[in-house]
Ligand binder design. Sequence first.
Ligand SMILES: NC(=O)c1ccc[n+]([C@@H]2O[C@H](COP(=O)([O-])OP(=O)(O)OC[C@H]3O[C@@H](n4cnc5c(N)ncnc54)[C@H](O)[C@@H]3O)[C@@H](O)[C@H]2O)c1
Length: 316
Amino acid sequence: MSKKIVITGGVGHIGSALLNDSRLKAFDEIIVVDSFVTSRYSSLFNLPNKIKLVKRDIVSDSIKDVLKGVDTVVHLAGTVNAGETIDKDGLTREVNYLGAIKVAKAAAQAGAKCFVFLSSASIYGPMDSEDVRAENTKHIYPQSPYAKYKHQAEQPILDLDIPKVYVFRFGTIFGYSPGMRFHTVTNKFLWNAITGNPVTIWKPGTGKRPYLSLHHAKDAIFNIMKNKPESGVYNAVSEHWNPLEITDVIKRYKPELDVKFVTPRILNQDGYLLDCSKAEKASLYTTSPEIALTHLEEYAELMSYNILGNLECFDG
Ligand SMILES: NC(=O)c1ccc[n+]([C@@H]2O[C@H](COP(=O)([O-])OP(=O)(O)OC[C@H]3O[C@@H](n4cnc5c(N)ncnc54)[C@H](O)[C@@H]3O)[C@@H](O)[C@H]2O)c1
């Protein structure tokens, strides 16, 4: 029987990394649904896999026809950039909560066997103690509409009648992809470093937070579809760092980087730590402090010398 996968939000940062991965060849039919609200057309250049592209909005359009006969759905479409969602509560609810549940219900009705939903580690929010939180913790303090609605969508999706439902709480992604975005901490720091701009760190800048390399993110998504562990929520983190630890690594490639401190709009900038042993036990990806650091170093080197190595930036 032919296997069909539908990836929503597939032209985005994570989606474009999946589209370029040979492991997608496990599927006979690959359909990407995206509204192009973020205009990442470059995600579709030189694809190694045959892709069917459907330009639709998961909130205002139906994708029931697209889901007919689907085996697996990876739901990546979302309103991202947590800080900006403070001014976009309504849109964030529509896309990250109502839209996500709508896609998952349509997948259940279409008889999908596996549904992967990208929630976020940011649903946990900061804690002033150094407790390490596992998936079943009661300490959940979302700090933005982004995190609040991701969290609210999780249980209704898990409750649907789909044989395997996975909710991933990914740490902040770092890594190169054709459709990458630069809102996230590491990507933004690196872009600023390369273009000769200062990096701004929210005070006090000492709290460690969870980060996930794009290599590990891809491994986690492909291995969960392959290994099919029990349904449920899975944390996924390569390593916990504070912002200064990240800028220290970037400075190895861009020593002139200027670091400034600012007062945050999202009130609490304390750190938080996640337990990822469940994902490790399910063999979703392999990490260690050394592996995570190598991924960060390789990424900073790739961006500084290869991808943007010929770029020279001037003021004005
Ligand atoms: N990048 C991270 O650090 C990170 C961390 C944790 C979780 N996530 C989650 O992973 C998913 C993918 O993240 P990303 O970094 O690739 O984001 P992204 O913004 O690069 O990609 C999201 C894609 O969704 C599309 N989209 C947005 N609204 C849509 C709508 N209404 N209908 C159809 N398509 C729509 C956009 O056009 C974009 O291509 C998101 O749901 C995000 O919340 C990302």
